[in-house]
Design a protein around this ligand. Structure first.
Ligand code: NAD
Length: 701
């Protein structure tokens, strides 16, 4: 036996317990332990059945993901689960808690499966861009039919015990603990003289598993799986289960599963998973510091952002004072909040009662004194340093001494803002994204004087609001907006001046995998917002003369987006669809002439490449400047806040997948054409020349 699988006999039942805290992740030692346990039980005449359970709350969270990046230890899944399946004595899995991936696959290789009522079985591999590789694609179709199996693996969603029982994924739901219920079930099987029942020996029910039905189902997933291919690989394996003998099907599963691990989305999504987990490790932060409690909050400004932030707090059950300068704006803000909640009620996300409960948590006020007993206040007033400083000063005067002062600024210096208060150590940036009650990302901006406790509390706010908080440095636009302004959108603007229509720029960027193109996003958010932000940024950074000339010209012409009826696109009254507008082409042509820019044909590939490479280059610079602590933090920011195709892993992971020498080569190509805007970041040059990746850079830190 091994340390991670214990063996115990109770009467005629051998109990193998997966015991590898915290979640019984399956590694080589568990696989070896299972083989040894099954062998021992089969050699013991007193044993009539074998029960496999998980120690702790859950059966198993699945494969140890650390094995995914390197060579997996022996024995293989095929050998270990094959030994379980070919056991001469019946093997029963008793599932509990949240059981995932390789854990569920182990259960599928057992002869009988039972589960406690709260158990959820998930084959989530698709969310990591990979195909299950421990037999699920062959065994699940044999238990639940090919079509159902395909859906379970392509959805990647939890199957609750009751449903699992209905469809034949498990045999019974048991009372009490998995161990007690499993033992009772095993003893009943023994009493009934039940035999081993290998899943592999069953025939696959392929009823309804035809091209039309499969196409119709995959169509329902088209939006969620845009740009993805894992679903096709899963289909290939399930098709093999339907068409071929078990062992041949298993070989095909291995081929597609191994290939998925090396695919763009396999590498990308596994990277994104680990990157999300790494954000809480903050270099230089004192780990002993505890967050301050957050029992009450205030938000200043009831506009787009303030309203969304108040909703996010109310959703988390935190009472929040919503402070405005004028009654009319307060009324409008509250009405918008109510309307947004009403939409949630219509969609069945919350009940009418919850709507009222949440509204009741939001206390509107025109008086800053409403913040006199809060633990944290988040200001979301106009993006203007003087306005924000005045608000900070007023808050500083009424807040209790321990309270934290946060700003939702998109680009202004937190350090300068903090200096307007008597408590710069308590001042922090909490940069939310629209809509603030929905978007997962929170950039947590550390000013020069921000204390560790304030940062830790900022992270606690993120957790409370179920967001992913990434700590970033205090520089223009922080991480996300700077990469957007100085990289991605700068290039989009320039390409339009070079004669590419806003439609084509958006299409090219969407073809790369972004949810929305920059022209549409700008029109939605307001082109003037960017113009104002850049005006602030230009004070501190030199930019090429072509920097966002089109966006700024549109702002100047009053074409600030859908709210003004025209921006990069033209809008019909009452319709948010953007239409191509020859006026924009004319403005672009005039700008091209004025800036001596050649208008030319540009391919979709170039649109995608310039978008991706400009992000990478500015990202590398931000890393070098110390504004992001890790390349993977940059990826988290882009995946969660900017609609970057997560399956590519993020801009920096995309660079690693392309290979930094190639990235550098292409950036130099554009530098030769466009000059300094494309000057490669020194960090990128260094890593490329040393043959290293951004992942190597992160690992060395
Ligand atoms: P907005 O114009 O919709 O709302 C600002 C609100 O602040 C208005 O309702 C205004 O009445 C109120 N206000 C102004 N001065 C005030 C004062 N002295 N006291 C109380 N209330 C006051 O703006 P927004 O889009 O919500 O942006 C707010 C902040 O959030 C800005 O700093 C912006 O940069 C930042 N931000 C915006 C976005 C976005 O996409 N809209 C995203 C992230 C961050």
């Amino acid at each position: 036996m091994t340390d991670t699988v214990t063996y115990e006999r109770r009467d005629a039942v051998a109990i193998l317990t997966l015991n590898r805290p915290p979640v019984n992740a399956i590694d080589g030692s568990i696989r070896a332990g299972l083989m040894a346990g099954v062998a021992q039980a089969n050699a013991d005449d007193a044993v009539k059945a074998i029960l496999i359970v998980g120690a702790g709350k859950s059966f198993s969270a699945g494969a140890d993901l650390r094995e995914l990046s390197g060579e997996a230890e022996a024995p293989s899944y095929a050998d270990a689960y094959g030994a379980v399946e070919t056991s001469a004595k019946p093997v029963i899995a008793a599932l509990s808690g949240a059981s995932f991936g390789g854990g569920v696959e182990l259960a599928l290789a057992c002869h009988y499966r039972v589960a406690t009522p709260e158990t959820k079985l998930t084959l989530p591999e698709i969310t990591l861009g990979i195909v299950p590789g421990a037999g699920a694609t062959q065994r699940l179709p044999r238990l639940v039919g090919a079509m159902q199996a395909l859906q379970i693996m392509v959805d990647g969603a939890p199957v609750p015990a009751a449903k699992a029982k209905d469809i034949g994924m498990i045999d019974a739901i048991v009372e009490g603990s998995a161990l007690d219920g499993g033992l009772a079930y095993a003893n009943t099987l023994i009493a009934d003289g039940a035999a081993a029942r290998p899943t592999r020996d069953k025939a696959v029910d392929a009823t309804g598993f035809d091209k039309d039905a499969i196409d119709a189902y995959l169509k329902t997933k088209a939006k969620a799986l845009k740009g993805r291919t894992t679903q096709n690989a899963i289909l290939q394996a399930v098709q093999a289960a339907a068409d071929l003998p078990f062992d041949q099907g298993l070989t095909i599963e291995k081929t597609v599963s191994d290939a998925s691990l090396k695919s763009v989305e396999g590498k990308g999504l596994i990277h994104a998973f680990f990157a999300d987990g790494a954000v809480g490790r903050i270099p230089g932060l004192d780990l002993n510091v505890k967050p301050a409690p957050i029992n009450k909050a205030a938000v200043v400004g009831a506009g787009t952002m303030g309203g969304g932030i108040a909703m996010a707090l109310a959703d988390a059950g935190v009472p929040v004072a919503l402070i405005e300068a004028e009654q009319a704006n307060l009324d409008r803000g509250l009405a918008t909040i109510r309307k947004n909640y009403e939409v949630q009620v219509t969609r069945g996300r919350i009940t009418a009662e919850q709507l009222e409960q949440r509204m009741a948590l939001i206390a509107p006020s025109l008086d800053y004194a409403a913040a006199s007993d809060v633990d944290v206040v988040i200001e979301a007033v106009f993006e203007n340093m003087e306005v924000k400083k005045a608000v900070m000063k007023k808050l500083d005067a009424v807040l209790p001494p321990h309270a934290i002062l946060a700003s939702n600024t998109s680009s202004l210096s937190m350090t300068e803002l903090a200096a307007a208060t008597s408590r710069p150590q308590n001042v922090i940036g909490l940069h939310f994204f629209v809509p603030a009650n929905v978007m997962r990302l929170l950039e947590i901006v550390r000013g020069k004087q921000t204390s560790d406790q304030t940062i830790v509390t900022g992270l606690a706010v993120a957790k409370l609001l179920r967001k992913i908080g990434v700590v970033v440095g205090d520089d223009f636009g922080f991480v996300g907006n700077r990469m957007m302004m100085d990289g991605f959108w700068r290039e989009a603007d320039l390409m339009m001046v070079e004669g590419v229509s806003p439609q084509r720029v958006d299409k090219g960027v969407e073809a790369f995998g972004f949810a929305m193109g920059p022209a549409a996003v700008n029109d939605m958010a307001g082109i003037d917002v960017g113009t104002k932000m850049r005006a602030a940024g230009k004070l501190v950074r030199a930019q090429p003369s072509t920097y966002h000339v089109l966006g700024d010209a549109l702002t100047e012409a009053g074409r600030i987006g859908s709210k003004s009826g025209a921006g990069f696109f033209r809008y019909e009254p009452g319709d948010r669809t953007g239409h191509e507008d020859p006026k924009v082409a004319q403005i672009a042509a005039d700008l091209a002439k004025a800036h001596n820019i050649e208008q030319r044909e540009i391919s979709d590939e170039e649109i995608g490449e310039r978008s991706a490479l400009s992000l990478i280059n500015v990202g590398a610079q931000i890393l070098d400047d110390g504004v992001a602590s890790r390349a993977s933090d940059i990826d988290v920011i882009w995946n969660n806040g900017y609609g970057y195709p997560r399956w590519r892993g993020g801009p920096m992971q995309h660079a690693d997948q392309l290979g930094l020498p190639k990235v550098l080569d292409r950036i130099r190509f554009y530098e030769a054409r466009y000059g300094d805007a494309w000057k490669p970041s020194p960090l990128l040059v260094k890593l490329a020349e040393e043959g290293k990746s951004f992942a190597d850079y992160d690992a060395a830190k």
